[in-house]
Every structure is written in C-alpha cells, then in structure tokens.
Design a protein around this ligand. Structure first.
Ligand SMILES: [Zn+2]
Length: 141
C-alpha cells in the first residue's frame, strides 16, 4: 500500500481507486468485494506502519476521524442501511496486508456479510470507478 501512497499502482489496487488523499491519509475503494457489499472503502495512513500496534495515537486518531466521515458518506453515496468497520492485526486476526488499514463497509438489511466471509471476488478497476466517483463527489464538495 506504500506504493499507492507514493503515486504508483499497487496491484490489485490502482491510483484510479483513490477518492481522497491529504498529508496524512489516503482512502480508496477496495479491490476485494463481498457480493452484497460492493464498493467498500479502505483508509490507510500515508506513513508506513505495519499494524494498529505500531501506529502513533495522533495518526490512528486521524485515520479514525476520517473513517467516521467515510461511514457517513457511504450512507449518502450508497444509500446503505448501515455501516461496519473492520480492522485486522496479525495473521490470527485475519491481517493479510502489512500496512495498517481500516475497512469501512456499506451494510444492507440481511446482507449476511459475516456469514458470507469466504464469498468474495477480485474486481476490475472499471467496476470500482462508479464508487470512486460517488465518493469523490462528496469529498470534493
Ligand atoms: Zn506500507
């Protein structure tokens, strides 16, 4: 994910997935989708830190306050019924990318996100584009 921060494509993510960036954080549409929850968001600090454990408070606070803005933006942009936040540390905690990141999911009544844990797919950047556009419209206001 450091690649994304540095302005490169970082497979499977691309620069075109990013809808927000400031001096401290970057936010983009995840390439990995669960079938009833398309277009979920990943928020990362621009500085490389491996997990929540290593993240200084001022930085994790910046990530968290943006996560809140994303959750509220998803309500408006996706018209979802709710939202869920997930953050993973270490392999036993389902971490599989070694740069601290927080997932923000749009939730829908009876979407079974947790029951369908193994039912995900990798998307194309073209599929992600409409979601990037919706969130850009909100964050560039
Ligand atoms: Zn990194």
């Amino acid at each position: 994910m450091c690649g994304l921060v540095k302005g490169k494509n970082d497979q499977p993510s691309k620069q075109s997935d990013i809808f927000y960036r400031d001096d401290f954080i970057t936010a983009y549409i995840s390439p990995k989708w669960w079938k009833n929850n398309p277009g979920h968001v990943i928020v990362i600090p621009n500085t490389h830190v491996e997990s929540l454990y290593d993240t200084p408070d001022d930085l994790s606070n910046k990530v968290n306050s943006f996560v809140k803005k994303v959750a509220i933006a998803l309500k408006e942009a996706y018209r979802c019924d709710g939202t869920s936040i997930r953050q993973h540390n270490e392999p036993a905690g389902n971490q599989d990318i070694w740069h601290f990141h927080v997932h923000v999911f749009p939730r829908y009544t009876n979407d079974n996100l947790y029951k369908l844990h193994d039912d995900f797919r990798w998307t194309t950047s073209e599929e992600r584009m409409p979601y990037v556009k919706k969130l850009k419209e909100i964050f560039l206001k």
